[in-house]
Each structure stands twice: as structure tokens, then as C-alpha cells.
Design a protein around this ligand. Sequence first.
Ligand SMILES: *Cc1c(COP(=O)(O)O)cnc(C)c1O
Length: 358
Amino acid sequence: MRNVYFTPGPSALYFTVEHHLKQALKQGIASVSHRSDTFKAFFAEAESNLRTLVQLPEDYQLVFTNSASEIWEKMTDAFVAGKSLHLVNGAFAGKFYKVVKDLGKQADSVEAPWGELPGYAALPDAEYDLIGLVHNETSTGVKTPLAEISRLRQQYPEALIALDAVSSLPVVDLNYADTDMVYASVQKAFGLPAGLGVWLLNDRARQRALAMQQKGLLRQTIHNATSLINQAKNYQTPSTPNILGIYLFAKVTGDMIDRGIQQIRNDGIYKAAIMYNMLDQHAVLRPFVKDKALRSDTIIVIDAGPRTHDLLDYLARYKMIAGNGYGKMKGKQVRIANFPTHSKEQFEMLTDLIEKFK
Ligand SMILES: *Cc1c(COP(=O)(O)O)cnc(C)c1O
């Protein structure tokens, strides 16, 4: 029996990846030119499939990068002329905030303790070019209710809203009218090998990048926002991309469409519910996030305290690999990914095992 990875990312591969990888090798996909029609065809297929899968509006464009972290740098360069605002309630939101400051730009943050949500009702009364927030904080297992994103939109109609959905896309059903950019990495809920960032930008964001360039404010690098956008219009990339990754992304999003996004979402809710219900009644373990409305559907964080390593080792004996706590919570928490590739049966088994842990 192979290990089943419930780690937050890299995580278990989507169950059809092995098949598509074999096909790709047979067809020499990794060797085709990234300037060829063959490549353009599967870039186009990737975009079209993602659009269908997550009901992405027409005015959003898909750009591929090498990671989600890279997108933080691209966004800082292209959109922050004055100042950005960051809602920070975990490690990943904090990293974006740090990137903006490290690149010498101005940024404000509104901070919240891990496990909670920043105070959306009392945000600074200031002008921002860009607002960064995380839909699903992978470090803490807190999800941002979608109503808070609508509230941001109303309070800051001029700011570009950049939503990190790295560990929740394509499971989360977003309202794309409340954002200007949404981004993800494929090694989380898409169940693909790492090395590909997915950056979705609406027309407003693309126009802003262009305006920055025209004013001479955009650094001319090979991979800046405008070069990525312009190349992606022709299903191309400025440099040689992760061709195999883009091919697998096209195929797996197609498989997810065939399975049905509603089915995927319903299964996700079911799996999260059985795990949280069990944890709420557990003898020695507790869910880290106390407010049920903030509990992530895709990353479940368990307060295991001094029993963290015992729990991880116990699960590993059954070939179930869970994640350690993130950053300062390493050795204190266990994180469990609930992604589309994790079957209901696997999750029921995992829940049973954790229930028996004493
Ligand atoms: C993993 C993760 C990132 C970073 O993704 P990379 O692919 O490592 O760049 C950013 N934000 C969140 C919420 C994540 O979970």
C-alpha cells in the first residue's frame, strides 16, 4: 500500500495524474517546443477548462507563473505605486506584506492572532492601490467568509483586490465580481506536481498594469505583469514554462469538470463535517479554529499540543501522512488537507483512526 498524503501541499496527486503523466511521456509532451501549436493548444485547453470549472467570468485572463509566491512580487511591481493594505491572520498573508516592504514600497497591515480573522469592520480610512488577503490561510485553517470580501469591495472601490486562494481553488465558489485578481498554486487543491502558479486577472487589473508601464513605473523584467499578460493572450509565456505542468493542469481540470464541480464541493463539505464533528468531541484533540464560521473546508488544523508527533507517527503507521503545524506552530499542531483527490472513504478511515487516538 502506498502512502496517502493529507499534507497541505505538496499533497496527494489527483487520482488521474498517473494516467496523464504516462500519456505525456508516451507523446513526448515535455519535449515539444513552447512556441509550437501543440503547446498553445493545451495552454488554451487549460484556460478553457479552468473557466468552465470555476465559472470564471469572461473578463478574467489566466497567466501561468512558476509559483504563487512569484505572483506576490509581480503584483507589487505592477500595482503598488502608492500603498498596499494587507489583512494578515497567518503566515502566508504576512509573507505578501513582507514582499511589498522588501521591494521598497509602502504597505499597511491589519493583523489578527492566528486562528482568527482581522477586523474587517474597522479598517483604515486611507487610499490603497492594492489590497491583499488570503481566502484560506493554510498556516492556520481559517477561511475568510465571502461576505467580508464584498465588504472590502464596498469600502475600497478604487483598490485592486488580490485574493490568495492558493489552498482553496477550485473548491471554493468565489464571487469574481468582488475581486480583481485571484491566484493559486497547483500542488494544493488541484492535486498536481508543484511548479506552476495560476494567476487570474480581470480587465481592470490588466489596464492598471498597462498604465503603470506607460508611466514608466513598471520594472522591465522578463516576467513582469504586462509581458506575462501579453504573451498569455496568444497562449504563450515569456520564458520556457513548465510545459508538462501546464499539460497536466489542462487534463486534470478536464477530469474535474467531468466529475462535476458541485459533486467535488459537496464531497468536500461532507468530509470536513465528519472530521470537525469528531474533533469537537475528541478526548485529547481539539480543532484549532474555535469559530465554526471560520473553519476552513480544505485545511483542517488540529491542536495536538505535546501529542503532535505521537499523532503524526500513529497515522503514518497506517500510511496516512498528515502535515505538521506551520512555522511557529510546528510540533504543536497537525494539519490535514481535504482536497478533491481525497476520497470520502479515505477521509472516513482517517477520521476513524484519529477518533481512536488516545
Ligand atoms: C502554499 C501557499 C502559498 C505559496 O505557494 P507557493 O507555490 O509555495 O509559492 C501562498 N499562499 C497560501 C495560502 C499557500 O497555502
